[in-house]
Design a protein around this ligand. Structure first.
Ligand code: PLP
Length: 472
């Protein structure tokens, strides 16, 4: 399988190269040259099958000859063995024909583990084959950093450095990054804000000598391998509910548009998805875009669903490219306009395609609290704030749809990840799952460094194995 950039001016790469590259050199995002097709018999065969096996069926067509099928199966089994539920992503019924797909049984209790656990193994495998090493750096406001550190702990060829703002992440989030003891994973507290951390990461990527010396790589949400790994659970859930003979709708708590783009990908591969619902919090750029055909940034507001507090949805660029019949010149124009003016207009054809492919709704903080209490009261089931946005959006988007079509809300995090917000809404503090009970007492390890690029770079060079010979 070959990959092309949404901006049309970067080299065409294979899976392995895309995995290591992250962002394309022209600033665009990589997409597959075509969508592999899974026929009805194949989709039907996923019902009752182990998650790790279905993952291989879904993912291998995107990987091509880069990674063998057997090797992929081994990585997939290993990745999903780290989950605290044998089904990996179980479906829970909360109402007549309404289900929650629990994506939070991974080591850091959020859906990002599903992709990150596999991505880490793929990267390590590919680097092993090439006798190469990589250094991953990232900035986190909480969730992604923990998922990356958990996924890469102990890998042979990759070192990970995650910058987080000192004193500004929750205790649970910090401990998930600072308690793993493997010497290849490093959390660094920076005396500054999340924006400072992001600026440092950007600065290091732009410092080419440093970048080459330590062989920098990224695992943020635009990495294509993360999207691919998320396609699996749409197939798993739909097959369990009767696909291919039955259509299924999904409501997806959305920030960077990665998770919902994976749903769109599943549909393009032949999964009979009825509606795909974009569920936002008060940061509602996508619902506004669907309504007005204008994509326009506004300031970010802080909510109880922080992983969706975003100003721009980076992966939306991939949809723009698909919906404009792969017109990269238009995408380039729109992304320029976004950079210059903070906005762009959708072309007529894209605006109408978007209304066919998606529905969208946003939830205010009151809606979130009301929804959490209502689901608890009606179904004795606890959803956290991101998932509550997904439940809320159903009411607006699927009210008049065919009620025989099952509705699946993606549960993107475990309630225990947001104990303060949950306590404020329900009066109860949710407990961490049993397997994480030592988290709050395990020994932490992290330096606190100044908000100074040279200081951080020195720390990384002294602790990374890539580009040095001291790893022998
Ligand atoms: C990252 C995240 C989201 C948003 O996912 P995108 O792929 O960025 O749209 C939603 N909920 C939780 C809990 C997350 O961590």
């Amino acid at each position: 399988m070959k990959y092309v950039s949404t901006r049309g001016e970067a080299p065409i790469l294979n899976f392995e190269e895309v995995l290591l590259a992250g962002l394309a050199r022209d600033g665009g995002l990589y997409v597959p040259e075509r969508w592999p097709q899974l026929d009805a018999a194949k989709i039907a065969s996923f019902a009752g099958r182990p998650f790790a096996e279905t993952a291989v069926e879904v993912i291998h067509p995107f990987v091509g000859t880069s990674v063998g099928r057997e090797a992929l199966l081994e990585m997939s089994r290993d990745a999903y063995a780290s989950f605290g539920h044998a089904a990996v992503t179980p479906l829970i019924q909360i109402d007549t024909n309404r289900f929650v797909l629990e994506l939070f049984h991974g080591p850091t209790l959020a859906f990002k583990d599903v992709a990150m656990q596999l991505l880490a193994r793929l990267m390590d495998h590919v680097l092993q084959k090439r006798a190469g090493r990589a250094t991953i750096i990232g900035a986190t406001s909480g969730d992604t950093g923990g998922a990356a550190i958990e996924a890469f702990r102990g890998t042979s060829n990759v070192d990970v450095f995650i910058l987080f703002p000192d004193g500004r992440v929750s205790d649970v989030q910090r401990r998930m990054m600072t308690t793993p003891s493997e010497s290849n994973v490093h959390a660094i507290a920076v005396r500054g804000t999340f924006d400072d951390c992001q600026a440092l990461v950007k600065g290091m990527f732009n410092h080419h000598a440093f970048r080459d010396r330590v062989q920098l790589s990224g695992v943020n949400s635009i990495n294509w391998a993360r999207i691919v790994a998320q396609i699996t659970y749409y197939f798993v859930a739909a097959a369990a509910l009767g696909s291919p003979h039955r259509r299924v709708s999904f409501s997806v708590p959305t920030g960077n548009f990665g998770d919902i783009f994976a749903g769109y990908g599943a549909k393009r591969m032949g999964l009979p998805i009825d509606r795909l619902v974009i569920a936002s919090n008060e940061n509602d750029i996508l619902p506004r875009t669907l309504e007005s055909a204008t994509y326009e940034t506004r300031g970010v507001v802080a909510t109880t669903s922080p992983s969706m507090d975003i100003q721009v949805s980076s992966n939306f660029e991939r949809y723009l490219y698909e919906a404009s019949n792969r017109e990269s010149s238009g995408v380039r124009r729109q992304m320029d306009s976004l950079k210059q003016a903070g906005r762009f207009e959708l072309e007529g054809q894209v605006a109408s395609a978007m209304r066919v492919d998606f529905a969208a709704a946003s939830a205010g903080e009151d809606d979130v609290a009301r929804t959490v209490r209502k689901v608890l009261e009606d179904s004795q089931y606890l959803v956290e704030p991101h998932t509550a946005c997904g439940v809320h959006a159903l009411k607006y988007c699927l009210n008049d749809s065919d009620q025989t079509v099952p509705q699946v809300v993606l549960a993107t995090a475990h309630p225990a990840k947001f104990p303060d917000a949950m306590e404020a809404i329900t009066g109860q503090r949710p407990k961490l799952p049993e397997r994480l009970k030592s988290l709050m007492s395990d020994k932490e390890r992290f330096p606190v460094l100044d908000n100074d690029q040279a200081v951080i770079e020195t720390y990384i060079e002294n602790n990374a194995r890539a580009g040095t010979d001291n790893h022998a």
